[in-house]
Design a protein around this ligand. Structure first.
Ligand SMILES: [Fe+2]
Ligand SMILES: [Fe+2]
Length: 190
């Protein structure tokens, strides 16, 4: 990872560690890796999209833990909405400290706030963040970390992700399918 992105990650870590719903440090590493893979094949500005990947879930830092871990669907949804609402001030603070200008910060925030509750996104950058977020769930480290946090078996995790993770780009879908085949082989041999 480029030095300037390392700096952003370093500034983001304290916020990511406050998220309680799952391990957001591991998740974020997966989303960044996914974004890097997508950008090998898809058009996009890495100076905007890598910071968007690093910072997309910092808003969880300000979401009450009882909402993040609630067994009530409504409360979990409320937490999900709040992690989007709470993101912009944190993202702005981190990016100003990392030396980003106002117009890039605005673009990055625009992409981040679109990663949930939006359908049929047109903007290619917004599409890539949604894809990177969904793709990271299929990587080995992220897949097994999520199982531990949600208390699922590998087969349950596999079926859930297969059903719910959707992609805008062909690249995202292809890498996801390949990774999920690997996860399936891992529980089938046991
Ligand atoms: Fe998120
Ligand atoms: Fe995420």
């Amino acid at each position: 990872m480029k030095e300037k992105f390392e700096k952003i990650l370093e500034l983001a870590l304290p916020y990511l560690k406050q998220g309680a719903k799952k391990d957001f440090v591991i998740h974020t590493q997966g989303v960044v890796k996914a974004m890097e893979l997508l950008l090998e094949k898809e058009q996009g500005n890495e100076d905007i999209l890598i910071p968007a990947a690093i910072l997309h879930d910092v808003g969880w830092a300000d979401v009450p833990v009882n909402l993040q871990k609630s067994d009530q669907r409504e409360e979990r949804l409320e937490g999900m909405k709040l992690h989007i609402e709470c993101a912009p001030p944190i993202v702005e603070k981190v990016l100003l400290e990392a030396g980003y200008n106002e117009s890039d910060i605005k673009r990055i925030i625009g992409i981040i706030v679109a990663h949930k509750f939006q359908e049929n996104l047109i903007d290619a950058g917004k599409q890539l963040l949604v894809d990177a977020d969904a793709l990271s769930d299929a990587f080995s480290e992220q897949f097994y970390s999520d199982l531990k946090h949600y208390g699922n078996t590998p087969e349950e995790g596999y079926n859930y992700r297969k059903k719910s993770n959707q992609f805008y780009t062909k690249t995202g879908q292809e890498i996801f399918d390949k990774e999920m085949e690997n996860r399936k082989k891992e529980f089938e041999v046991q």
